[in-house]
Ligand binder design. Structure first.
Ligand SMILES: Cc1cc2nc3c(=O)[nH]c(=O)nc-3n(C[C@H](O)[C@H](O)[C@H](O)COP(=O)(O)OP(=O)(O)OC[C@H]3O[C@@H](n4cnc5c(N)ncnc54)[C@H](O)[C@@H]3O)c2cc1C
Length: 405
């Protein structure tokens, strides 16, 4: 390789081609920002699904991705919460319907493999986007640029690096950003299953003493499962023969979906919270799990990640139009300010929900029951909570509102 081709340059470089990184790279390139996407193939296939809320679907639609996702996604029109604990104080059953807030659906559930394939296909079409399938090994920011080193010896100089490189983010470490977090005594078993009865676009969440057991619709008579239990129990369930596991899942779902047939592909994910101390600094902005990890409760994780991607897309595209530096201190501080309230409030809400389930403390159980009772009975409160669940009342990026950058 000629020496010149070992020194590349771009306006922006995105590190990590998971769903958050791909979306950020597409948003930048669609807005004519010269972008390089640096990718490392994941170690194992992702068998999870993502419940994408209405704003995320709108953003993917504007970016030209949703059209390819549509046939693989199932609408979530009703969310049903059922107290399946054997406790003294049990909460009433509550159902939320998207039509109550004028939505056709709260969002859509799609297998990550289909979402990633649609994002990759769209990324490949864009003239301003170059993908390099070589891991990044180091980043060095200075006053004028940030220089990224790749494993094959090439380097890329850019004005800004978007760190979408997941939980063990190299970008976050290079910018000297610490994280704060903790683990829960829980793990999520994930799998997909076919069932005899239709789900009728209803997602059902059974609240158990160890965490939620949630069946989320997929197209046809199929659903995805997130079953939160103690870590050893998750491993035990994941290792069971298919017939035994199918019977257990049918029993835990109280047969609402009829006979269950578990499909190949199971995952076990320890539950944790991890939040970056800052979401930007030293020409690096963090998106997706490089910035925040939340438990898979209430479908918040990737929806937050897509809002990060849409926000940096919006700020960087505006800076390019103004001929400004995409990695300026002012732009980075603006990004941090915009993302902080959304990430902090969602992380706190998911944590509170999870803890209220785990609590053996009678008053805490009572409070949860009263909370759900009020939600069931008071229309305006119900609708406010539903609206906030679908879209944040704080800053909502243009893409989430269905507007182009
Ligand atoms: C059980 C479970 C269920 C979930 N369900 C939902 C849901 O229904 N809805 C929802 O919104 N969220 C959900 N989430 C959260 C969601 O899955 C995550 O937020 C999302 O996958 C994170 O995407 P990401 O792109 O930030 O990170 P990742 O998907 O981790 O991508 C990071 C990428 O960076 C790459 N990388 C790392 N280091 C380098 C390097 N040095 N150079 C180049 N590339 C690198 C990795 O190979 C990887 O491809 C769930 C999570 C769990 C655990």
């Amino acid at each position: 390789m000629a020496e010149e081709s070992r020194l590349l340059s771009a306006q922006a470089v995105v590190v990590g081609a998971g769903p958050a990184g791909l979306t950020a790279a597409i948003a930048l390139a669609v807005g004519d920002v010269e972008t390089v996407l640096v990718a490392k193939r994941p170690e194992r296939p992702d068998n999870r699904t993502s419940a994408l809320l209405a704003g995320s679907v709108a953003a993917l639609d504007v970016l030209g991705v949703w059209e390819t996702c549509r046939e693989h996604a199932a609408p979530l029109r009703v969310i049903r919460l059922v107290d399946d604990t054997r406790r003294l104080l049990r909460a009433p059953e509550v159902s939320f319907s998207a039509s109550e807030i004028g939505f056709d659906a709260f969002g859509h559930n799609i297998e990550n493999r289909h979402l990633i394939a649609a994002l990759e296909a769209r990324a490949a079409e864009l003239a301003h986007l170059t993908r390099i399938d070589v891991p990044a090994t180091a980043l060095t920011p200075d006053e004028k640029a940030i220089v990224l080193e790749l494993q094959d010896g090439r380097t890329i100089a850019a004005q800004i690096a978007v760190g979408a490189d997941g939980r063990k983010s190299l970008c976050r470490a290079a910018a000297g950003i610490p994280t704060d977090g903790f683990t829960y005594p829980q793990a999520a078993l994930t799998l997909n299953f076919a069932h005899a009865r239709p789900h009728r676009d209803v997602s059902t969440e059974f609240h158990t003493e160890t965490g939620p057991f949630t069946a989320v619709p997929l197209p046809g008579n199929r659903s995805s499962l997130v079953c939160v239990v103690e870590p050893a129990e998750a491993e035990r369930l994941a290792a069971l023969p298919v017939e035994t596991l199918s019977e257990i899942i049918e029993r835990r779902a109280h047969s609402i979906l009829g006979k269950v047939a578990v499909e190949p592909g199971r995952g076990v994910f320890p539950l944790a919270v991890e939040t970056a101390g800052r979401f930007a600094g030293d020409r690096v902005v963090l998106v997706g799990e490089a910035a925040h990890v939340v438990p898979p409760i209430g479908a918040q994780g990737l929806n937050l990640g897509l809002r990060d991607a849409a926000t940096i897309g919006e700020l960087a595209v505006a800076a390019r139009r103004d001929g400004a530096d995409l990695g300026s201190t002012a732009l980075l501080a603006h990004y941090d300010r915009l993302r902080r309230p959304d990430i902090a409030s969602r992380t706190a809400a998911v944590d509170m929900l999870n803890r209220s389930l785990l609590a053996d403390f009678l008053p805490a159980q009572g409070l949860r029951g009263v909370g759900l009772y009020l939600l069931d009975q008071i229309g305006p409160l119900r609708r406010a909570v539903m609206r906030e669940g679908v879209a944040p009342s704080a800053f909502e990026p243009r893409l989430m509102r269905g507007e182009a950058l």
